[in-house]
Ligand binder design. Structure first.
Ligand code: ZN
Length: 282
């Protein structure tokens, strides 16, 4: 699933390509479009102003104060492509045909429909629940800001990091990367971390996310590729040697995701039980 770095790069690429283009036709799959008023056709004839990212959402702004809020979820892919004649394909959640022969298209790679599209006015945007509930952006967040966001109510660090209401834009992949870079134990309770640990977390988060955003800008532009080619230190590298100490990386498997960590660098040698088998430890 794309996280802050990929979505930031995509929003920047889209913004440059969309600014000044006029929407000719706007269509959405009824399962994806979650708002009725204003209707999507209100975009037709309007010029687009640009695109931006907030948390894991991509916002496309049109003249006259209308904003499309797009949530790609796991399998949504958003990008510009030449407009095709006829009806959009079955997996197309949203299509905006533009005046330059291109379309902004949100497709879903999976058959389950999870991606969502909201068309909001300026007045309703601020109160839009997914946006209104979000925590602060993590890039440049100081140690104190991290403590405020994650320590109360206390939680396991790995789950607090991925909770967008605490801090926005971090998911499974960069959560693991940040904890490894900060040498923090994924199952540490957030109210037990000291000043020094919060400092390491703040520094690691900025380093990891800035580096990943820079790399994402090289490969994404105005199109999210179907296959992600992320460079990661631990995510997806279970069993391989830790880049820092050479110890084989460990993992904890949950029903829907895998957490990878270095027992030498992060947990003082402690190895966590597999969560699929020991459900009661969760
Ligand atoms: Zn290590």
């Amino acid at each position: 699933m794309p996280e802050l770095p990929e979505l930031q790069a995509l929003a920047e690429g889209l913004s440059a390509a969309l600014a000044g283009r006029t929407v000719r036709r706007a269509t959405a799959h009824p399962a994806a479009l979650r708002t009725a008023e204003p209707p999507l056709t209100a975009l037709e004839g309007r010029a687009l102003v640009g695109a931006r990212r907030r948390a894991k959402l991509v916002l496309v702004d049109a003249q006259g104060g209308l904003t499309l809020v797009l949530h790609l979820m796991q399998a949504g892919r958003l990008g510009l492509a030449p407009t095709r004649p006829g009806r959009p394909g079955r997996r197309v959640a949203l299509e905006l045909s533009l005046d330059d022969g291109h379309s902004l298209r949100l497709r879903e790679l999976s058959t389950t429909r999870r991606a969502s599209v909201h068309l909001l006015t300026e007045a309703s945007l601020a109160d839009h629940p997914p946006l209104a509930r979000l925590g602060p952006e993590p890039l440049g967040l100081a140690a104190n800001g991290w403590r405020t966001a994650l320590a109360t109510p206390p939680a396991r660090l790995h789950s607090a990091l991925r909770d967008g209401r605490r801090v926005a834009g971090v998911g499974r992949c960069y959560g693991s990367e940040i904890m490894w870079a900060a040498r923090l134990a994924p199952f540490a309770m957030t109210d037990q971390l000291d000043d020094e640990a919060w400092g390491r977390l703040a520094e690691a988060a900025t380093t990891v996310l800035e580096g990943a955003t820079e790399r994402a800008r090289q490969r994404i532009g105005a199109n999210m590729p179907d296959r992600e080619r992320r460079v990661t230190a631990v995510h997806g590298h279970h069993g391989e040697p830790c880049l820092r100490c050479g110890t084989a990386l460990e993992r904890v498997s949950f029903s829907d995701y895998e957490l990878v960590y270095c027992a030498e660098c992060q947990t003082g040698g402690r190895r966590y039980a597999d969560r699929r088998r020991s459900r009661f430890l969760r």
